[in-house]
Design a protein around this ligand. Structure first.
Ligand code: BES
Ligand code: ZN
Length: 459
């Protein structure tokens, strides 16, 4: 009988070909014209789960893109149940012209596989599927009970996921969740994420004159909504990034001295970081280190701003309307809805009476901190150590995976964030990639994690 680890190594070339097929499906959740592709990706994944051995695998409807659900409860009622989560949707590939190979034609260059979704999150979630298959094909079934939920709306803020989870509490009941949708520090420095930031995303619309006006005839006597918007937005933050909205920091759980000391020990190469980000210097609140600013402190960013004339040449115009999209990364215990309310009320207060404004709440998600001392975390750390050859360090993550807080609240379970990406994977950017040795080790780590968890018998 082959060992699951050996099986996974022997079948790696096929796993890669299958992953490429997954990546060829342009399942862009944000674009309505891609709806059929999103559906195809869900069905493709369901079929792969069945082929991997899951006795139950289905595509379940939601109010938006469907959820893929699968389960394999062969380990019996005394064994732990692991709920794995991932997302089969991807970000739009824009700007399309900057890709060296087309975003939906997965291409291997060197040790990397380039494609939209390679790291975020198709490549990573596929490691879970292949780990299950390795057990099926060798010892018959995984040593823990497995439930799988893969959503198709993560990149648009998971508008239908929380209601789905709440309506399926029993179906999804488990002892611990496993998510691979983050990165490790470096190929030889595995890391486990123990905290994630949350997000509040708003759109601001400023309306001035009923139609565009000649800036020579009316300029100086009619307030320009773009000028007004820029003034309002500029006042939200000081030059070092501190947010000036009253109440914004009230709920922030402080970083204690012990945690700061621990974060200061996380390996951080400033030069490499600057290079990776394509900047000449860092920026932000000098009271916090770069690592703290990027992972453990809240932020405010304008994501886009538009209005008026942006075509070739010059046009002397007072635009009728101005728009901005903005988002705040949040930390526990900032509540996204409460932050959205504070920002809306603040903008309404500071808006001059000569324009009218509307602030729309686009989406949000809570940050989370997970328990680092559970048996499941120890099993995860051990699995990484065995697969990567060195023990993982614990880090906070600046990105958001809002389902972690939902699992805590709705299912009462903690999550192990077992990422296999790398910091330079270019998520959401052109030339997204997956470092293939991490994919191989990822499958390895998951196989070992299931085994260690089964042996521990508790989570
Ligand atoms: N995989 C990312 C989350 C992530 C980002 C983990 C960076 C580690 C490092 C995820 O797909 C994502 O992009 N999440 C969104 C969530 C948002 C839409 C609520 C994010 O962070 O912007
Ligand atoms: Zn993403």
């Amino acid at each position: 009988m082959t060992h699951p680890l050996l099986y996974a190594h022997e079948h790696q070339p096929r796993f890669l070909e299958e992953l490429k097929a997954f990546l060829r499906i342009p399942s862009i959740s944000a674009q309505p014209v891609r709806r059929p592709d999103v559906e195809v990706a869900a069905e493709w994944l369901r079929d792969q789960l069945r082929a991997a051995g899951f006795p139950r695998a289905e595509v379940l409807p939601t109010g938006g893109h469907p959820v893929v659900y699968a389960e394999w409860l062969a380990a019996g009622p005394d064994a732990p149940t692991v709920l794995t989560y991932g997302h089969y949707d991807v970000q739009p590939p824009d700007p399309a012209l900057e890709w060296l190979s087309p975003p939906f034609e997965p291409t291997v260059r060197g040790e990397n596989l380039y494609a939209r979704g390679a790291s975020d999150d198709k490549g990573q979630l596929y490691a879970h599927v292949k780990a299950a298959e390795a057990y099926c094909a060798t010892v018959g079934a995984p040593p823990v009970n497995l439930k799988v939920i893969v959503e198709g709306e993560e990149e648009i803020g998971s508008p239908n996921l929380d209601p789905f989870i709440e309506a399926h509490r029993e179906l999804l009941a488990a002892d611990v969740a496993l998510i691979s949708d983050s990165h490790i520090l470096a190929p030889d420095t595995p890391s486990i994420v123990y905290a994630l930031r949350g997000l509040a995303y708003l759109q601001v619309e400023v309306e001035g004159p009923a139609f565009d006006l000649h800036s020579g005839i009316y300029g100086g006597a009619v307030n320009n909504p773009l000028n007004a918007l820029c003034r309002m937005l500029a006042g939200l933050q000081d030059a070092e990034g501190r947010v000036l909205i009253p109440g914004f920091y009230d709920a922030v759980r402080p970083l204690d001295a012990a945690e700061r000391a621990e974060l200061a020990r996380v390996p951080f190469d400033r030069e490499a970081w600057l290079e990776e980000a394509g900047v000449s210097t860092d920026w932000g609140d000098p009271d916090y280190t770069v690592v703290e600013r990027a992972t453990a402190r809240p932020t405010l960013d304008i994501n886009g701003i538009w209005g008026g004339y942006i075509e070739a040449g010059a046009k002397t115009v007072l635009p009728s309307k101005a728009y901005a999209k903005m988002s705040m990364r949040l930390v526990p215990d900032q509540d996204p809805a409460e932050i959205a309310r504070l920002v809306r009320e603040h903008l309404e207060r500071v808006a001059p009476p000569s324009v009218s404004i509307v602030v729309r709440d686009l989406h949000g998600g809570s940050g989370a901190i997970v328990d680092r001392n559970s048996p499941a975390m120890r099993a995860a750390a051990q699995a990484y150590a065995e697969a990567f050859g060195s023990s993982p360090v614990f880090v906070r993550e600046g990105g958001s995976i809002p389902v972690v807080a939902t699992f805590q609240r709705a299912l009462g379970i903690e999550t192990v964030l077992m990422g296999f990406g790398l910091p330079d994977d270019r998520l959401h950017s052109p030339n997204e990639k997956l470092y293939l040795p991490n994919f191989t080790r990822g499958v390895d780590t998951v196989i070992r994690f299931f085994d260690l968890l089964a042996r521990a018998g508790q989570v």
